[in-house]
Design a protein around this ligand. Structure first.
Ligand code: PLP
Length: 440
């Protein structure tokens, strides 16, 4: 018996070994071709094997691959920070580089707490979040997350931060209008702030559109304006977790641009390096940094590989590539086309309950009864069956939870590379419809 020494997500399960990738395609050792319909975990946003990125990688490697951030800066890191300040909304001009989305949200949390400390307020150290949310797997990030499954094993060690409902109109709207739902969510936030005490809360964190814990749950245009107004009323910073939605994924550079609100801090990652290297960032506003500059002058966070020059050069090349080939616009255009096609499928399907999302960040929720919106029982594990059927057809889709309790509800995310063409979208839809038929 051959032994395998790599710890895989599910022990004992066989995973195909990928040999190479090209554009939206991945190929395994058996020669099977897959369309990367989820960009991995919503990450490989410019597709695989892009020569410009490989060249940038080699160029930087010839210069220097590592310096320690408290000893040196590099042109690559400085330029990447400058580029992010140009593309980020408002005065979000300062970047703190880390290696994963979890580190980016956890850094955001720490910066928010430090902001209030610098102003002499030491009690504001809780973060309010939403029950349908995922902000990362490290302890701080997990403490802010509502993802029941990912939390459960570590529950006793996690902070019990306050939480509120996320906008889930598919189920919540019922007898209420969207506007009434939004008023309810904002009122709930206010009630929770009053319960916990505004002097104990540093920030409110939210994904502009919910990924793993919701399946591209999308708020109304007004939702975040109402939530931010509550935050402002009680001196609470607003952190947008754009780890999944940032860098063109939703048809805007940052998803918050859809909703007319400028956050105090943005956490981003995934598509920022398109998977060519581990890289993520916490992007901070002038207002927040001002408190640091006139206070301790030290941001109390950081990692050995923070602002790694190799990763910075690669991410910079990815951002240039996205701009050069108008991939944010392509995301909006191809996303609308793909959503239209999936909506056509939904009309014929007996199990598609909801199709949602923007740009190339689309969620599909599956239900047992389309009229009553009753979810399938957990034992059926419809999400895995959909994911597996697509896998067999050579299409990768990303599993997501749906349901306010974090346990019910089946959903997937379709999020192919932003480079996708119309013909490739047609092929995604063809493979998806074959897989769907198998499950139905
Ligand atoms: N925040 C959001 C919204 C995410 O979707 C994820 C990962 O899926 C994270 C944070 C954590 O990112 P990472 O897995 O890179 O640590």
């Amino acid at each position: 018996m051959t032994r395998s020494f790599l710890i895989k997500p599910v022990l004992g399960q066989k995973y195909p070994c990928v040999t190479h990738g090209n554009g939206i395609y991945l190929f395994d050792k058996q020669g099977k071709q897959y369309i990367d319909g989820s960009s991995g975990a919503v990450t490989a946003s410019i597709g695989h094997g892009v020569q410009e990125i490989i060249d940038a990688m080699a160029e930087q490697a010839k210069k220097v691959s590592f310096v320690y951030r408290s000893q040196f800066t590099t042109e690559a890191a400085e330029q990447l920070a400058k580029k992010l300040s140009e593309i980020a909304p408002g005065d979000l001009n300062w970047s703190f580089f880390v290696n994963s989305g979890s580190e980016a949200t956890e850094t955001a949390m720490k910066i928010a707490i430090q902001y209030w400390q610098e102003k002499g307020i030491t009690t504001k150290n809780k973060i309010i979040s939403r029950r349908m949310s995922y902000h990362g797997i490290t302890m701080g990030a997990l403490s802010m997350s509502g993802h029941v499954q990912r939390r459960s094993r570590f529950e006793p060690m996690l902070e019990n931060y306050p939480s509120v409902s996320a906008p889930y109109y598919y189920r919540d709207a019922g007898n209420l209008t969207i506007e009434e739902c939004d008023d309810f969510y904002a009122q709930e936030l206010e009630t929770e702030i009053l319960r916990v005490g505004k002097d104990n809360i540093a920030a409110f964190i939210a994904e502009p559109m919910i990924g793993a814990a919701g399946g591209a749950l999308t708020p109304s245009e007004q939702y975040f304006q109402k939530m931010k107004a509550v935050c402002d009323r009680y001196d609470i910073l607003f952190i947008a977790d754009e780890v999944m939605t940032g860098i063109g994924r939703t048809g805007k550079m940052f998803a918050m641009e859809h909703f007319g609100v400028i956050p105090d801090i943005i956490a981003t990652g995934k598509g920022m390096s398109a998977g060519y290297t581990p890289m993520a960032a916490t992007i901070v506003s002038e207002r927040v940094m001002e408190a640091m500059f006139s206070g301790s002058k030290v941001v109390m966070s950081g990692h050995t590989f923070s602002a790694n020059p190799q990763s910075a050069a690669i991410s910079l090349a990815v951002l240039h590539y996205i701009e050069k080939y108008n991939l944010v616009e392509n995301s909006a255009e191809m996303g609308a086309y793909l959503k239209g096609k999936i909506c056509e499928l939904a009309e014929k399907s007996e199990i598609i309950g909801d199709v949602r999302g923007k740009g190339l960040f689309l969620g599909i929720e599956f239900v047992e009864d389309q009229l009553t919106k009753t979810s399938f029982s957990r034992e059926l594990d419809v999400t895995s069956r959909i994911v597996n059927a697509n896998f067999e057809e050579g299409l990768l889709v990303y599993p997501a939870n749906a349901g306010q309790d974090g346990l019910t509800g089946d959903a997937i995310i379709l999020s192919p590379p932003l480079t996708i063409t119309k013909e490739e979208v047609d092929e995604v839809v063809r493979r998806f419809s074959v897989a769907l038929e198998k499950v139905e």
